[in-house]
Design a protein around this ligand. Structure first.
Ligand SMILES: [Zn+2]
Length: 700
């Protein structure tokens, strides 16, 4: 009999029997399942409503027991249901998942599975709120939130109202009397928009995002209101099934379990599951979802990758925090919301005060963001920032997060963020130069400024002294071991005192002293950069060395404005900054002392040799080299007037090919671009033995 015929027959019944009631209940359950799970509309909405009215009328009329009513679709409509939210301990802890953010994380995850060949299932991770749902004797009996993973809250009556949750499920067919499933409660994108539209029409505030709305809805006291929210559930795990009969055991494969449960009416991830057995095919599925994600009707914030064979799960095990047989691949968040908690004003090495926002920790692009630069006063004013404001944090480029927007959500706004009037370290009144957005501490002896300069002096950008981190410099500075740059080079004389400092043993001190000693050989451009002269970075330092043929650091004090502005790559502002620095009598003395701390290479030092050999030549560097880093080779190319470019074309002059070079080397060969391999290149860089191919080109 077709559903339509059955509908008409049941609607025609005048004096219903209990059997008629059971038939009606079953018909409505089937129609619900077709509609909410298989997205099929079998009969008209009007007929459906008539059936439902009939069901409620019969339930009032017939002498039915609690058991018969328990799985009735009318339970979803029961009035005055409230929730106790009492705490319930999970039978099995609801662990969270480890996170993967890129291909290398995926690789690590599969490698951790060991040598065994494993099939993986990949499912979209719906952006919602986790739920544990229990069935007993084919009837839905309880729903518990995740809570802290050990204990959650009972939200049974609220979850009961979910339109696609089956209140009965024929699990007994498989010998199952008790089962627990884990799932996610979510709101579809279109439904969320519609919900907000009607809220705005009613003069209510719009909801910020669907996940918080889903989670907030579950915690509403009144199930009636919950029913008005377009919540749905999807199940992704069978945690426990008590079937004893080996003949009826569920398949051990996760995807087959999901398929079976789906076929009997449970909304599972079955239709979205993809299988994979290599890290490469995992990456393909990740790419597939990355592309599909925007247009997908449900918000997904990542993918869940699991070992398909569930019988391996207990063998693979879990840490206290997450199972090792599954991981969540998180899609890169383009932005995240957070809250402004405080603003610190930090004094930099040039005296510039940088406001730094302390925000509520927010995950963004695989890191937890806690501090964000607010740049300067103009930036703060433009955002009209107040403490407690909500911030929209986005990532700029690949690493640096910044605040794109901010707004207040509360009526009583926190205090406005104001720049201090004086330096937070030395209390000198701060000054703002004309045409500059920055406020400065003008005090040359400001302690905060001095420390920053010293920290910069030994940092990776400058002298690159291995193991000399910011904290160590701070300690040495506070204890009086280092008060000027020159002091760094006499630290070895104070070894005994350093060793007695808390947290530093003789081993680490000796290592540090060795690093300091080898930094005496640092190239001249790094020595210049380490002075921390405003606006002077590696490019400027190298240009000055090249054009003015500098040999020692001390010579910086002799530079004149006329000389500097002549140099093509050095602007007027930069030149002035250098002259300001060297005109200072303190700097003069310091340059002299500092210069004496460095070993001065002879003229054959390759970093000092410069030529026009590569003038206006485009050089591509590919592969790795054992005698020098790619960056050093790049510097070398630039010292000889060349330009390093990233890709090979017919305009490329020469390609430097190292070990494990990829397609760029092949492309160069195909295009007939000259190639210089490791051996010739190292002979040139280390012994100034200019390779033939360049000489020939030169003579042309
Ligand atoms: Zn100061």
């Amino acid at each position: 009999m077709s559903p339509l015929q059955r509908t008409n027959n049941l609607l025609a019944v005048v004096n219903p029997s209990t059997q008629d009631y059971l038939d009606l209940k079953k018909l409505i359950s089937n129609l619900n399942r077709a509609y909410y799970i298989e997205s099929k509309s079998v009969i008209d909405d009007e007929l459906y409503d008539a059936l439902f009215k009939q069901l409620i009328a019969w339930e009032e009329k017939l002498p039915l027991g609690d058991e018969q009513l328990a799985d009735s679709p009318s339970q979803k409509l029961t009035e005055n249901l409230t929730n106790s939210f009492h705490k319930v301990r999970h039978n099995h802890p609801m662990l969270s998942l480890s996170n993967a953010f890129d291909d290398s994380d995926l690789k690590r995850f599969t490698e951790d599975m060991g040598a065994q060949q494993t099939d993986y299932v990949i499912e979209p991770k719906f952006d919602g709120v986790s739920i544990a749902v229990h069935y007993e004797n084919d009837v839905f009996v309880q729903a518990i939130t995740r809570g802290n993973g050990e204990t959650g809250e009972d939200v049974t009556n609220n979850v009961k109202t979910l339109r696609n949750l089956p209140l009965s499920l024929p699990l007994s067919r498989f010998g199952i009397s008790r089962a627990e499933f884990r799932g996610e409660i979510y709101i579809r994108k279109a439904a969320f928009d519609q919900l907000n539209k009607s809220r705005l029409e009613e003069g209510l505030d719009a909801f910020q995002n669907s996940r918080n709305t889903a989670s907030g809805s579950l915690r509403l006291k009144d199930a009636q209101t919950v029913r008005s929210r377009p919540l749905e559930v999807v199940f992704f795990q069978c945690v426990h099934c008590d079937n004893q009969d080996p003949a009826k055991k569920l398949d051990k494969d996760h995807n087959k379990q999901m398929e079976l449960l789906y076929s009997i009416g449970l909304p599972t991830t079955h239709t979205y599951i993809k299988l994979s057995n290599t890290v490469e095919s995992l990456q393909e599925v990740v790419d597939y979802w990355k592309n599909k994600r925007e247009a997908f009707p449900i918000g997904i914030d990542g993918l869940v990758i699991k070992v398909n064979n569930t019988s391996l799960h207990s063998h693979i095990g879990s840490t206290g925090h997450h199972p090792k047989w599954a991981t969540a691949f998180k899609f890169t968040a383009a932005s995240v919301e957070s809250v402004l908690e405080a603003v610190d004003f930090q004094v930099g090495r040039t005296g510039v005060l940088t406001p730094v926002a302390k925000i509520q920790p927010a995950p963004l692009h695989g890191v937890i963001v806690r501090n964000i630069s607010l740049h300067n006063q103009d930036f703060i004013d433009r955002l009209n920032l107040h403490i407690g404001d909500t911030l929209l944090v986005v990532r700029a480029g690949d690493v640096i997060p910044y605040i794109k927007d901010s707004w207040s959500t509360s009526k009583r706004r926190g205090r406005r963020v104001e720049f201090p009037k004086e330096c937070p370290a030395c209390y000198s009144p701060i000054v703002r130069e004309e045409d500059s957005a920055a406020w400065l501490c003008p005090n040359a002896h400001c302690q905060a400024k001095k420390l920053e300069q010293l920290q910069y002096f030994v940092s990776k950008t400058a002298l690159d002294i291995d193991g000399f981190g910011r904290e160590i410099m701070k300690l040495f500075y506070e204890k009086g071991f280092v008060t000027s740059r020159v002091d760094v080079f006499s630290l070895y004389e104070r070894r005994e005192g350093l060793v007695s400092l808390e947290g530093l043993g003789p081993k680490s001190i000796d290592k540090l002293i060795a690093s300091i000693e080898s930094s005496r050989k640092q190239s001249l451009w790094r020595q210049i950069v380490s002075l921390g002269i405003p606006l002077v970075g590696p490019q400027t330092a190298k240009a000055i060395i090249k054009h003015l043929k500098l040999r020692t650091l001390e010579e910086v004090s002799l530079l004149t404005l006329d000389q500097l502005v002549e140099i093509h790559d050095v602007g007027e502002k930069v030149s002035q900054s250098i002259v300001d620095f060297s005109n200072d009598s303190n700097s003069c003395q310091e340059l002299k002392e500092l210069s004496a701390c460095f070993d001065h290479g002879d003229a054959s030092n390759p970093e000092i040799v410069s030529s026009e050999l590569l003038a206006s030549k485009r050089v591509v560097i590919t592969g790795s080299f054992d005698f020098a880093s790619r960056n050093e080779i790049k510097e070398f190319v630039e010292m000889h007037g060349g330009v390093v470019s990233g890709s090979v074309s017919k305009n490329t002059s020469v390609v430097f090919v190292g070990d494990k070079a990829g397609t760029k080397a092949d492309k160069a060969r195909n295009l007939g671009v000259p190639i210089l391999e490791t051996q010739d290149l190292s002979a040139w860089i280390q012994n100034n033995n200019i390779p033939t191919i360049l000489k020939i080109e030169d003579s042309e």
